[in-house]
Design a protein around this ligand. Sequence first.
Ligand code: ZN
Ligand code: ZN
Length: 359
Amino acid sequence: MQRRLEKFRSLLNEKGRAAALIMRPENRMYLSGFTGSAGYLFISRDKAFLLTDSRYTEQAREQAPYFTVVEHAVKWEDKLGEFVREAGVGEVVFEKDYVTYAQYQNLRDKLDTVGWIPEEGLVEKLRIIKDEQELTLLRQAVAMADQGYEHILGFIKPGRTEVEVAVELEFFLRRAGAEKAAFDFIVASGPRSSLPHGKASAKLIQAGEQVKMDFGAVFRGYHSDITRTVFMGKADAKFKEIYHIVLEAQERAIAAVAPGKTGIEIDRVARDFITAKGYGGNFGHGLGHGVGLMIHEGPRVSSAGDEVLEPGMILTVEPGIYHPGWGGVRIEDLVLVTATGCEILTKAPKTLQELTLHN
Ligand code: ZN
Ligand code: ZN
């Protein structure tokens, strides 16, 4: 935590900024260790204040040893004003991609003696490279999802609804130690599987259908994200064909992940392969995304992903082919960029699963 705070300060310094107000919960947690739902960080060259209310002061003092925890009453801006005066700064950076216009107006009106400087992605620039502690937590979140997949293979059967599968997965992950689901799980069967983000519905799963499941766990703030598509019974030729195209596209893209490459290049590897097989028009979304304290964060892994990959970055590789009326297939793993290439964190098997139709 201390190292993160130091790094953030040097980043501020590089930008020529004197102080910052951090409001985004993930950034607040990343820099301070404080996991409560409400609080503000004020960081200058030599001050680090964590402002929170009476629900959280005790917790904040335990979790954020490198910050001076100060309790605020209803008007938190008054306390912030004291920090600003104490730090003797003339301007304060705020997170322009998080703070609402109303919050900005409030700050500008109540603390009108300083300049409010919009900045984007300052803490995110640090968060994009995961440190050892973060990687340990991420690996645990991934392992829970792997176990969830193994568990659910024995649970899915004709006659169960998509919601039942999603709930069972979530319950399993919670029992395994996850603090919550990483997002609203996608369980989309049969023709519904053509919806790239088809949330679990009341639809009954039937024999002869594919079931696409996209889920993940949150462990101490860190998310995992996995997609597998399985078949209920003996897969037909069409499913097998599409499945193997998606799988090969995914494996080729993973093999291309390395430092110095961009998300654009990785995306293109999968897209070119799927296009060459005649399904370019059926793969509409980007290939992947970064994952960490948020389920979607940097780096971007799509035609817009111009960030250069570096060791310590975490990203998903998740090509898909979707055909309205028929359905879809997506396969998603989490990978860690290493010095020489990448390590696949997701261990759940990707061989085509033809589930037996037991009752
Ligand atoms: Zn996913
Ligand atoms: Zn994803």
